[in-house]
Design a protein around this ligand. Structure first.
Ligand code: SF4
Length: 207
């Protein structure tokens, strides 16, 4: 079966239905003209199994690596490690106003906001030049989180929710690019929607 962008969603719906029910580790074969394996989607490095987290661990996600890896060219990104924080490192947290939060180390209270924003602008530009068309980013991260990231007050209480600092910058450079986190993308409907949005995004870029 040859799939065109116009009927991609139908194909995905039929081919991927049941993945989560069966928890199968062998993903269905993909035959897709998106073109398969050429569209670049940036993925948080820890989800791809890289030990980039503050505690030296990863959050490897088999579905992202196998099923999404079949369709897309997955490009690993880790804002914190690329920025220059080591592994392991002191965890960071967001503090203050959700619209413009501060990025601060949890214990030593060092503020990295301005320098991270500057770095993130350059990284976003580089990702644009590299031809990234979508993002799958780690949930709950003060840099990678796309939604519902805890934001603390000065007393260390999690009082609000917002978006990771890297993503705040990224959204300015990629206002229409599909972005999801690893929790939501495991939902069949959201996964299909993500594929559809990528297809629409590619079409809109050609206009
Ligand atoms: S959540 Fe983002 S910043 Fe943290 S380890 Fe994963 S890729 Fe790196």
């Amino acid at each position: 079966m040859n799939i065109t962008p116009a009927n991609t969603d139908v194909f995905i719906a039929t081919q991927y239905k049941g993945i989560y029910m069966s928890k199968s580790k062998s993903w269905p074969a993909i035959n897709i003209d998106l073109p398969k394996g050429k569209i670049k989607v940036a993925v948080s490095a820890c989800l791809l199994g890289e030990k980039t987290r503050y505690d030296g661990e990863h959050k490897s996600d088999q579905f992202i690596k196998d099923a999404l890896g079949e369709v897309f060219n997955l490009v690993s990104i880790c804002p914190e490690v690329e920025f220059g924080f080591g592994v392991p490192r002191e965890p960071l947290q967001l503090v203050g106003d959700p619209q413009s939060p501060r990025l601060i180390t949890r214990e030593s209270k060092k503020d990295y906001t301005e320098i991270m924003v500057r770095w993130a602008k350059n990284r976003a530009l580089a990702l644009k030049q590299e031809g990234i068309k979508g993002f799958i980013l780690k949930s709950n991260s003060p840099t990678c989180g796309i939604r519902q990231v805890k934001i603390y007050d000065q007393n260390g209480n999690a009082v609000k929710k917002g978006v990771g600092l890297f993503v705040l910058v990224l959204k300015k450079y990629f206002p229409f690019a599909p972005m999801e986190n690893e929790k939501r993308i495991h939902n069949d409907k959201i996964y299909q929607e993500f594929i559809k949005e990528i297809t629409n995004y590619l079409t809109s870029e050609k206009r």
